[in-house]
Design a protein around this ligand. Structure first.
Ligand SMILES: Nc1ncnc2c1ncn2[C@@H]1O[C@H](COP(=O)(O)OP(=O)(O)O)[C@@H](O)[C@H]1O
Ligand SMILES: [Mg+2]
Length: 332
């Protein structure tokens, strides 16, 4: 099959985008005739060929203006029906139209709400004779993870004459405020973002300007519009749990307690029965995240959500105790 680059790609005016980043994203239909060649895409956006980040599911290429995010899994140009017939659902090499379009719907929603960096383009790209799904984003300077880990906070207030902030505390307070605003926004759409870790938050910073935080990685496995979010009490729990998860990452992996005080303000023991309902009865993805990343630090040797048996009362009681210890650690 011979592929040509799409008109959509050629019609993008890169200069215009740089000057006017508010342009609407072009949603490229997932057709099976057009695929942009990697040479065309990388040349168009003046992108280095070395990736800057390799996440669990994507390669990230980046310059000062743009990010190219390429799905690591191959994308099949078979139609949905053909895909179902030809490619095993559990074939780890491929990602389906269905999943990828769900991902893109979620991302477009986040972009429209202004809580994701802007997305300019979705398309198919040919790399090493394989087709992958990709999109072009607005580039942010770094992730919250690197910002904290590499002490970038210090560089923001380095030049005290020209800085927007007076001290480190003001910076951390602003980060916490913005994070809470982002979470409130997500919650208001009845969406739960389960994987809220510092790697999935990006930051722009510049001399004499305030920080600007956004959330990335809107893939539909961990960003879900949930029925239970229609009920106010569960909304409050989900907000608390999202805040708990990012606070736990900051505490355990980055040894940073910046979020602890705010989490303490959001906490109320009365939330616990509803939280247990979401964790054990609804078995939301919160359970996966907490088991996966945080139970180890409390001698709970379970490996995955599947090892957890909520009918085992002993296990359940131990999980509750560990969970409350996680909260206590994160609010003190
Ligand atoms: N728009 C962006 N601006 C700056 N850095 C980004 C951007 N998008 C992704 N990154 C970097 O790439 C990493 C992985 O991106 P992500 O979209 O989370 O992929 P994955 O799904 O593979 O985790 C992030 O942790 C961040 O450091
Ligand atoms: Mg990620």
């Amino acid at each position: 099959m011979v592929f040509e680059s799409t008109n959509e790609l050629w019609n993008i005016n890169v200069e215009q985008l740089r000057n006017n980043p508010n342009m609407k994203p072009r949603k490229n239909p997932m057709h099976n005739r057009f695929v942009d060649t990697s040479v065309d895409v990388f040349k168009k956006f003046n992108m280095p060929l070395e990736y800057t980040d390799r996440g669990a599911h994507n390669y990230i290429f980046r310059n000062d203006d743009f990010v190219i995010r390429v799905s690591r899994k191959k994308f099949s140009l078979l139609s949905n029906d053909e895909f179902d017939g030809n490619i095993d659902d559990i074939d780890d090499d491929y990602i389906s139209f269905h999943i990828k379009s769900q991902d893109e719907v979620m991302l477009s929603k986040a972009c429209k709400m202004g809580i994701s960096p802007r997305v300019y383009y979705y398309g198919n790209i040919l790399i090493d004779d394989n087709i992958h799904r990709f999109c072009i984003f607005e580039s942010y300077r770094t992730s919250l993870f690197k910002f904290i880990k590499r002490n970038k906070m210090l560089t923001v207030i380095d030049d005290i004459e020209t800085t927007h902030y007076n001290n480190l505390q003001e910076i951390i307070d602003d980060i916490v405020d913005q994070m809470e605003d982002l979470i409130n926004n997500i919650v208001s759409q009845n969406i739960v973002y389960y994987d809220l870790k510092p790697e999935n938050v990006v930051i722009n910073y510049d001399t004499n300007k305030s920080l600007d935080l956004k959330i990335i990685d809107w893939d539909s496995d961990f960003c879900i519009e949930e029925e239970f979010m229609k009920i106010e009490e569960y909304k409050e729990c989900a907000k608390f749990l999202m805040m708990l998860i990012i606070t736990a990452y900051m505490n355990i992996y980055l040894k940073n307690k910046g979020f602890n005080k705010r989490l303490g303000e959001l906490y109320n023991e009365k939330l616990l029965p509803n939280i247990y309902y979401l964790l054990f009865d609804v078995r939301t993805e919160f359970m996966t995240i907490i088991l996966q990343y945080f139970y180890n630090s409390f001698d709970m040797t379970l490996r995955s959500k599947d090892d957890f048996d909520e009918r085992n009362e002993f296990m359940k009681e131990k999980a509750k105790t560990n969970f409350v210890r996680l909260i206590e650690k994160c609010i003190s």
